[in-house]
Ligand binder design. Structure first.
Ligand SMILES: NC(=O)C1=CN([C@@H]2O[C@H](COP(=O)(O)OP(=O)(O)OC[C@H]3O[C@@H](n4cnc5c(N)ncnc54)[C@H](O)[C@@H]3O)[C@@H](O)[C@H]2O)C=CC1
Ligand SMILES: CN(C=O)/C=C(\CC(=O)O)C(=O)O
Length: 492
């Protein structure tokens, strides 16, 4: 079985604990690699290495253009290794091969984008309201960034942090999910090959409380970028607070996907499927509340059930599979518990609602695509994130009621609106309390535009120019252009 090592200060090393844990395939249940069980001692070494590298001339004296060139080299290496990275990631988290391959190619695009942005984001000359002074601002990196990432899209969600952090001139310590560490250790091999100076990129694996929290608390950690559940995010935020560390949090959602009666219904059905059954619903932006206008409710639901009941469910490595397994045993059990909760609260099961096992289902870590109807928005199944292939269908009369239901959750990550009426679409866009709104599409993301949450869905943004600024701080510089002869005891 493959036995991985930690990557700290440009060196592959064993964890201080001398312990490893198994990582296994969600589909078959087979353990396939050993992951180092990092501890606080490893966290200390990694952050200290990141700090030394941040101050070292090998990194700090590179121009932004030279940093961009390194990122571009890494992007090229990722492109050459799409198959390897995709196979490893797919094996570890059980996502569909059909989706992972595209996602890894996209990871390379993110590095290309931030490589280009490295030398294009800068300060300003300020038209200052004082005589005989030249004032300008410059943007400077923060220091060591700790990236704590989840299991649903490990390479992508780490890249969303790593690419802007490095482009801005920071160094990074990556703590991948304990369930899906292998692809990030493979990515570190490519960063090493690309020629990043030692200590600029570090990967420390292990469990949240054992190594994640010490990384967050370390006094030399300048910023924490986290994607995961809202509970984990809150803990990370609390651990970062005493050190007044900057924090970016990309957390969960309970996103509404709103279908009006004038929508292209066939497209909207596809959007509803993509929203909550793509990736088996294991995505922060899942359209897990499907809001249907009452006049189309029954017909839409019938068509949705028709499409979903024929989904090809099974081995995620096969290109024709449409719904794969649940990535972790804990998540599988959580989804089944939440389905029971929906039933207890009085929602009606229109499809699914159970686990799938037997031939074609590997170790049986599958949840049948599940549709709840008759859902009230105050039910737990409509308020809490499931992170699985479970959709709640809610009925509404008009725009006002749709918007009231849509916004009545603690989250605000994303929303979908399906209508041919431009006014109606824009009316909704302006009123939805969400960081992303898709009109007549769902689950699109890009390196070029910001992504992040309102309310309990997070802090800060990933993607676009906005994201690189999350990894920079502003310095205001004052230069006298004429010697000052006035009274020095009085503020000028
Ligand atoms: N927004 C998103 O993309 C994701 C949301 N989730 C949601 O979160 C729920 C729980 O899933 P988990 O796998 O337990 O996610 P989690 O939020 O606990 O894990 C995410 C990362 O945080 C780390 N972590 C956990 N506790 C930590 C702590 N105290 N200090 C530092 N790092 C810590 C984990 O090791 C992992 O690397 C899911 O049921 C789902 O609802 C899960 C994965 C991704
Ligand atoms: C943003 N995200 C959070 O879980 C999910 C993603 C990443 C992506 O768009 O690449 C996903 O659904 O795969």
């Amino acid at each position: 079985m493959e036995r991985y090592q930690l990557f700290i200060d440009g060196t592959w090393c064993d964890p201080a604990s001398g312990a490893w844990f198994e990582t296994s395939e969600p589909f078959s249940g087979e353990a396939w690699a050993l992951i180092p069980r990092g501890t606080a001692a490893d966290a200390d070494r990694a952050v200290e290495a990141g700090h030394r590298a941040f101050l070292s001339p090998e990194w700090s004296s590179l121009t932004a253009t030279q940093r961009g060139a390194l990122l571009r080299k890494l992007a090229g290496l990722i492109e050459e290794n799409v198959d390897l990275l995709g196979r490893i990631e797919q094996r570890d988290n059980g996502k569909l091969m059909a989706e992972v391959a595209g996602q890894v190619r996209n990871v390379a695009q993110w590095f290309h984008y931030y490589a280009g942005l490295a030398d294009k984001v800068g300060g300003d000359v300020v038209p200052i309201n004082k005589a005989d002074v030249f004032n300008y601002t410059k943007l400077e990196p923060l220091g060591v960034v700790v990236a704590i990432t989840p299991w649903n899209s490990p390479l992508a969600l780490t890249t969303w942090k790593m690419a802007p952090a490095l482009a801005a001139g920071n160094t990074i310590v990556i703590k991948p999910s304990e369930y899906t560490s292998a692809s990030l250790l493979e990515l570190a091999k490519l960063a090493e090959k690309a020629g990043f100076p030692k200590g600029v990129v570090n990967v420390v694996t292990g469990f949240g409380p054992e190594v994640g929290e010490p990384l967050v608390r370390h006094p030399l950690t300048a910023k924490v970028a986290f994607t995961g559940g809202d509970i984990g995010g809150q803990k990370v935020n609390e651990a970062a607070a005493p050190g007044l560390k900057k924090v970016t949090l990309e957390l969960g959602g309970k996103s509404p996907n709103i279908v009006f009666d004038d929508a292209d219904l066939e497209q909207a059905v596809k959007g509803a499927v993509a929203g909550v059954f793509g990736a088996s619903g294991q995505t922060c932006m899942a359209g897990s509340r499907l809001l249907l206008q009452e006049s189309i409710h029954d017909a839409f639901l019938a068509r949705l059930i028709e499409v979903v009941k024929d989904a090809k469910i099974g081995d995620p490595a096969l290109m024709e599979t449409q719904v794969g397994p649940i990535a972790t045993r804990a998540q599988f059990e959580k989804i089944l518990r939440m389905i029971d909760m929906g039933k207890e609260d009085g929602a009606t099961l229109a499809l699914g609602g159970h686990a799938l096992s037997g031939p074609g289902y590997g170790q049986g870590q599958f949840v049948a695509p599940t549709i709840f109807t008759g859902v009230r928005n105050d039910m737990r199944i409509a308020q809490q994130e499931v992170f699985g292939p479970v959709v709640c269908v809610l009925k509404f009369k008009d725009e006002d009621e749709a918007l009231a239901i849509a916004n009545d959750v603690p989250f605000g990550l994303a929303a979908g609106v399906w209508t041919k009426d431009l006014h109606r679409a824009l009316w909704c866009v302006d009123r939805l309390k969400a960081g992303t709104v898709w009109v007549n599409n769902y689950r699109s993301t890009s390196f070029a535009t910001p992504f992040g949450g309102y309310k309990r869905s997070g802090l800060g943004r990933e993607g676009g120019v906005e994201a690189i600024k999350e990894y920079l701080q502003t310095k205001s510089v004052w230069i006298t252009t004429k010697p000052d002869r006035s009274n020095p005891f009085i503020l000028g």
